[in-house]
Design a protein around this ligand. Structure first.
Ligand code: HEM
Length: 476
């Protein structure tokens, strides 16, 4: 399953694990590139072009060294920061671009919005949005579940995070953020290599940033005029410590990051989980049994959701095999020794949840979707890290789990999902996030407890082994 399409040219006879190749191959197909590098060099290597190097680390030992050390390894999520006082600079100034004391302080301030007390306020919005999505679903029709999950998460995120109950505004900002994030991804490697095609598109990025910032500033203005107190933005506006409250320009960066980080990752995780379940009838049947015995057909209470142990294993396994966040990066803040390399300050390092989650030494038969493997394994935080690990682990992890544990049972108690036979299901990592790029077409029927997998095309077969799936048919 190691793709061979990369233009990685040669590995010199040097003692260090260095591959010479086009750095731009990485954003073109991150999973293929990561797999090739890992297969060729093991748990650490560098890729070099025109004297520019990026380092790649894989596996729990290096994950631990890099992710637990926020002093030597900084986060610089956005490679293109824009000039001082520019919209690009403000939009890319959220938590993932902060380090040191500034990061600690802002993380403390933002954290209030994700404490248990705040989360209780979000439950009614989850219920409203999942039920209004399902009200549109007509049995006997086909739907793109990936599109539905994205729209659901756009509406839910704007309601939970920003108190917006205007879906059109949510879609508009969501689409602008998607476009801006895509452009950052496409052009980000330009920070390392000279490429005219990339340089020519900086103007698009900067003008998109300007338009997006105008929308976000307007949203903040509305919220300041009428703070509800229960959405995350209102909590952020009201948050203060001995140094005062969060400034308007900091709010722009935090709001953009939260919106992007929350809606795409959770939408991708939901879409992958529903797809994997639909293609694994035995797991779907077991899940159905759990809902039948533990729930009463509707939206689960928080206490009920906590008791859905097979649902939890299913979500964990889905986020292992297809992690919505498949890689991320750090930059060295000082000279550091990493494996056989001596890194200068400012060196870029990529770590990958996808590769770590597919290591057979940690997860036997890693390409198989086996929720019950979680009955027998208890990986460390650096072996299983769908939400990252260390001092900048995802702040929204509990919220994302709550959304998934409440919405998946609500969807699947009412509707049976069957993948449209021979449809294409392909995915790609864009700006660190692994999501479906083809859509995920499903047939919607009233739930009848009878499940069947279907043949599908696409690069999903490079990431998950669907071959062992045995269709399960039961009499009505
Ligand atoms: C399934 C859904 C989600 C996944 C897979 C996910 C994944 C991640 C990962 C891997 C990181 C760490 C990145 C790194 O170390 O470079 C992260 C950070 C972050 N996430 Fe999430 N996330 C999800 C949902 C959310 C939600 C719902 C929010 C809510 C706003 C959120 C807000 C954040 C924030 C603010 C950070 C930055 C933390 C910091 O730098 O201190 N995420 N997320």
């Amino acid at each position: 399953m190691i793709p061979t399409s990369l233009t990685i040219a040669r590995t010199d006879d040097e003692p260090l694990p260095v591959t010479h190749g086009r750095l731009l191959d990485f954003p073109d197909d991150p999973i293929a590139c990561l797999r090739t590098l890992h297969a060729r060099h093991g748990n650490i290597c560098a890729m070099e072009e025109q004297g520019q190097r990026i380092y790649f680390i894989f596996g729990p030992e290096f994950n631990h060294q890099v992710l637990s050390d926020g002093v030597n390894f900084h986060s610089r999520f956005f490679a293109i920061r824009g000039s001082r006082n520019s919209p690009q600079r403000r939009l890319s100034s959220g938590l993932l671009s902060m380090n040191g004391e500034t990061h600690k302080r802002n993380r403390r301030l933002v954290m209030d919005a994700f404490m248990k007390k705040a989360m209780l306020n979000y439950v009614p919005s989850i219920r409203t949005e999942v039920e209004s999505m399902l009200a549109e679903w007509v049995p006997g029709t086909e739907r793109d579940i990936a599109r539905d999950m994205t729209d659901f998460m756009l509406r839910l995120t704007s309601s939970i995070l920003f108190g917006l109950d205007e879906p059109e505004v949510a879609y508009k900002i969501g689409h602008m953020i998607d476009r801006w994030v895509h452009l950052n991804h496409e052009l980000g490697m330009g920070a390392f290599v000279a490429d005219m095609a990339i340089a020519n598109r900086y103007g698009d990025l900067l003008s998109d940033a300007g338009e997006l910032e105008t929308e976000i500033v307007e949203m903040i203005r509305k919220r300041k005029a009428n703070p509800t107190g229960s959405d995350a933005l209102s909590i952020l506006i009201g948050a203060h410590d001995s140094e005062g409250s969060i400034s308007e320009s900091e709010l722009v960066g935090q709001a953009a990051l939260m919106f992007a980080a929350a809606h795409m990752t959770t939408a991708h995780s939901l879409a992958w989980t529903l797809f994997l379940l639909a293609q694994h009838p035995r797991s779907m049947e077991k899940l159905h049994g759990e809902f039948t015995t533990q729930l009463d057909g509707g939206f689960p209470s928080m206490a009920q959701a906590e008791r859905l142990t097979f649902t939890e294993r299913t979500i964990k396994e889905s986020m292992r095999i297809l992690p919505a966040s498949s890689y991320s990066q750090r930059v060295t803040a000082a000279a550091v020794e990493l494996g056989p390399f001596q890194l200068a300050p400012g060196s870029g390092i990529i770590f990958s949840q996808f590769i770590t989650h597919h290591m057979p030494g940690i997860y036997p038969d890693p390409e198989a979707f086996l929720p019950d493997r979680w009955l027998n394994i208890n990986p460390s935080p650096y072996q299983y890290l769908p939400f990252g690990a260390g001092p900048r682990m995802c702040l929204g992890a509990s919220l994302a789990m709550l959304i998934m544990k409440a919405s998946i049972p609500t969807i699947l108690q009412r509707f049976k999902l069957t993948v449209v036979p021979n449809s294409e299901v392909s995915g790609k990592v864009i700006s660190t996030m692994l999501g479906p790029t083809t859509g995920v077409m499903m047939r919607i029927d009233q739930q009848d407890g009878r499940f069947e997998s279907q043949p599908v095309r696409g690069n999903i077969h490079d990431m998950v082994d669907l071959r062992e799936v045995m269709p399960v048919r039961r009499a009505a």
